[in-house]
Write a protein that binds this ligand. Structure first.
Ligand code: 5CU
Length: 392
């Protein structure tokens, strides 16, 4: 099949068997525990990962760890290639030495998961992966950098997935500079993914299940973490660092002009950045896990206009676009957007042939006004092949 027609899922998770076993050994969140099902009276496993999740947790099964289940899901949705990442909360909750050891083991496990899996064609496997770094308070630079080097040496691992806490002080912590430098040098893609959300009781008290934390809390967390990354100048210091944002960058595209304006009015940061804040959106990559065509179109607009803010200092006014009409910007922005599913999260509530979450994300790509077949194909798979340097 022509590379341009491949469907590549870059947002798809696993709890590797070693990690799932580790969660089973725990008595506090995050954990997997067994209870007697109130419906069937039989034993069933449950997953508890989010703070404040109801104590019964949620169902968990083989689709979270079994590679055959991942491949079946891919086949059912005509997904050719998946770049698989460990699901949250990664190693965040562990002491530094345990996190270091487990990261090394899980990276090897993921390499085996991918390398011993099927191939699509001679030079292209069906599975690639994002490794894990021991990003926890107390992690040494040596531990982090040596794990970057380990991942870089594993041929099927193409990046790392990380949360928003860094080593406890967020992503604008200078202690991470050697890590950004090592990732940039190794050419590994950083997949930035949320876990903590925002306070469940913010502005109200009614119980809404997982809706507020997942629909808003997760993307708001990504928005803040990425903004901190931008404000701290990381993207200026490491211009070749490739960062992929989960859930289409949350609210960052929508808020980026407001961000630029606030920077321009604040002496603390006005002279710190080389560019207007909007420029940095054009340095980032965004998954297309937004479930709506209008949202994808808007995100691509915000990415596609970034170039016009190049070299405009944070406080400089930018008055005119550089000769692109709206559709051209939208099409340019599509080069940095990549299809994803969030599997095995968001399973359908009742049996269906295809998962609504997948169908919606594909339909969203298909329906973006102004994207032609080239852009749609690129978002479905071509951009991923280029970003991760997959295939011929
Ligand atoms: O449903 C959820 O909690 C999640 C999660 O934890 N991580 C994720 O990537 N998607 C959904």
């Amino acid at each position: 099949m022509s590379a341009q027609r491949l469907l590549v899922d870059i947002h798809t998770h696993v709890y590797l068997p070693r990690y799932a076993a580790f969660l089973r050994s725990r008595t506090s969140v995050p954990r997997i525990f067994t209870r007697t099902s109130p419906e069937s009276g039989k034993p069933e496993e449950r997953l508890l990962i989010l703070d404040d999740e109801p104590s019964g947790g949620r169902p968990i099964g083989a689709q979270y760890w079994d590679r055959d289940e991942k491949l079946k899901f891919m086949d059912r949705h005509a997904i050719d290639v998946s770049v698989v990442s460990s699901a949250n909360p990664w190693l965040d909750f562990l002491p530094a030495q345990t996190a270091h050891t487990l990261a090394g083991e899980l990276n090897h496990d993921l390499e085996t998961y991918c390398s011993t899996g099927p191939s699509l064609q001679q030079d292209l496997k069906r599975l690639y992966g994002f490794g894990l770094l021991p990003l926890v308070p107390g992690a040494t630079t040596e531990s982090l950098v040596s794990t970057v080097e380990q991942i870089a040496s594993l041929p099927h691992l193409k990046g790392i997935i990380m949360g928003t806490r860094g080593v406890g002080k967020g992503l604008d912590d200078e202690a991470l500079d050697p890590v950004w430098a090592a990732l940039e040098k190794a050419g590994l893609v950083v997949f930035l993914h949320p876990h903590y959300g925002v306070d469940k009781n913010a502005w109200g008290e009614k119980e809404n299940g997982h809706v507020l934390p997942l629909a808003l809390g997760f993307p708001f967390e990504t928005t803040i973490a990425t903004t901190r990354l931008i404000l701290s100048g990381v993207l200026d210091r490491y211009p070749n660092l490739r960062v992929l944002l989960a859930h289409s960058g949350g609210a960052l595209p929508q808020l980026s002009s407001r961000l630029a304006s606030c920077i321009a009015h604040d002496p603390l940061v006005a002279s710190r950045l080389k560019h207007d804040a909007r420029y940095y959106l054009g340095k980032l990559y965004f998954d297309a896990v937004a479930y709506g065509s209008e949202e994808l179109g808007f995100v691509s607009d915000a990415i596609g206009r970034a170039e016009k803010y190049a070299n405009a200092g944070a406080s400089a006014a930018v008055s005119s676009a550089k000769g692109t009409d709206g559709t051209e910007k939208r099409r340019a922005g599509a080069k940095r957007m990549l299809f994803g599913t969030d599997h095995p999260f968001f399973p359908p509530l009742s049996a269906t042939e295809k998962w609504k979450s997948v169908v919606e994300n594909l339909e969203a790509i298909d329906g973006v006004y102004g994207w032609n077949e080239a852009e749609k194909g690129a978002v479905r798979g071509g951009n991923a092949l280029a970003l991760f340097n997959l295939g011929a």
